[in-house]
Design a protein around this ligand. Structure first.
Ligand code: CDP
Length: 211
């Protein structure tokens, strides 16, 4: 069984995907980490994320990079969004994602194009979203919790810029996949979002909409 969870930055998709993984006992892949690893590799090599050849060279990263805490920063998220517009970069990462998706027993993947490109035949698909204000506030609280001094204004600008880039790129833009259910987490606690996600997935698996 394959579950696809897509959505914009800070929508809650990663938290929901992990919770679904525990609920259905399925392994999870945060595909954003792959693009973040490409971005960090490009920076480390002194390359230009907007130059397709530099970005493609960054796809040869060592897997140990996926555990690097530096990948989680907002700055690397923005670089990931820049390298991910290049078609050759997306192609270079497809096989690894499809292998994960089709492993025996099933899998959950979260990202931007899982339900549209990586696993269009997924058994269940969610599109997780939330308002820009709520998403920026979440990143702000995370920043504070990690001892930083984030700027709410800068976070709003970063999220808007990333949404615009992710939704307008030619290859695999962020959009709701056919057969996907929308889950808006703006006014939901994590527990509420997770229980709604499970209800939606159960309903899709049973081939019906929730009552
Ligand atoms: O965690 P957050 O939602 O902030 O970002 P992420 O999921 O780690 O993704 C970082 C960036 O990688 C996104 O802004 C996308 O541009 C890109 N990405 C993508 O193009 N396709 C994916 N399947 C996952 C991420």
């Amino acid at each position: 069984m394959i579950i696809a969870v897509d959505g914009p930055a800070a929508s809650g998709k990663g938290t929901i995907a992990k919770a679904l993984g525990r609920h259905y006992d399925l392994p999870c892949l945060d595909t954003g980490l792959l693009y973040r690893a490409v971005g960090l590799s490009v920076l480390d090599a002194g390359g230009d994320p907007d130059l397709e050849s530099d970005a493609l060279a960054g796809c040869d990263f060592n897997d140990s990079l996926l555990d690097d805490a530096a990948l989680r920063s907002e700055a690397i998220g923005a670089i990931a969004s820049r390298v991910s517009v290049h078609q050759s970069v997306r192609l270079a990462l497809v096989q690894r994602q499809r292998e994960f998706a089709t492993q025996p027993g099933g899998a959950i993947l979260d990202g931007r194009d899982i339900g549209t490109v990586i696993a269009p035949d997924a058994d269940a698909k969610l599109f997780v979203t939330a308002s820009v204000a709520v998403r920026a506030q979440r990143r702000y609280a995370e920043g504070l919790a990690h001892g930083g001094a984030p700027s709410l204004e800068a976070l709003v600008a970063d999220i808007e810029a990333r949404d615009a880039r992710d939704m307008s790129r030619e290859t695999a833009p962020l959009k709701m996949a056919a057969g996907s259910d929308l889950l808006d987490t703006s006014d939901l606690t994590i527990a509420q979002a997770v229980s709604q996600a499970i209800a939606l997935v159960d309903a899709q698996l049973e081939g019906r909409r929730p009552a």
